[in-house]
Design a protein around this ligand. Sequence first.
Ligand code: AMP
Length: 194
Amino acid sequence: MPLDLLLLGLPGAGKGTQAKRLVAEHGIPQISTGDMLRDAIASGSELGERVRPTLDAGELVPDQLMVDLIRERVSRPDTESGFVLDGFPRTIAQAEALDEMLRELGRTLSAVLELQLDEGEAVRRLLGRAAEEGRSDDAPDVVRNRMRVYREQTESLGAYYLAQGKLVGVDAVGAVEQVAAEIERVLDQVEARR
Ligand code: AMP
């Protein structure tokens, strides 16, 4: 059975960082919708031009567009032994569409890892990243909006996956290595169940 993982958590929780470690450790591809959209913007494609103002404002790109992007990506052959999704789904409608498309493909999420930290710490990390990486949506007013959008549209995904018995909380406050070690412990249990 493929190892199909989903990382949830506030912007700044470390989803991208931990997803990249999972790629290295488990040989499954990272599917990051944020990276996909930033690549589209960088390439100057029509899609990129369409979504740029939304990313710059820290708002969400429309569900249908995201679902179409993910459907195409998840269907590629490199996901055969699994994937780690980072940044999708961000709304209940996206989560339902994901469940449906995985069902059509005859697979299901192995586990949903929620990287937990408080909003103050998440904001501090993002503002640090703004200084380092210069991501345009890490500017202070956009960061505040991304936190609001998370609370209003994404936070409830925790309850959605809890109801499915898939949610596992991971303390995301410590060092990258510590969080990674906790994730590996969780995955040992997931593997044992599979
Ligand atoms: P991220 O790198 O995951 O923080 O995503 C950066 C930005 O891309 C978000 O603030 C949204 O504007 C957009 N985005 C990424 N993933 C999604 C998604 N699943 N649904 C809607 N918008 C998204």
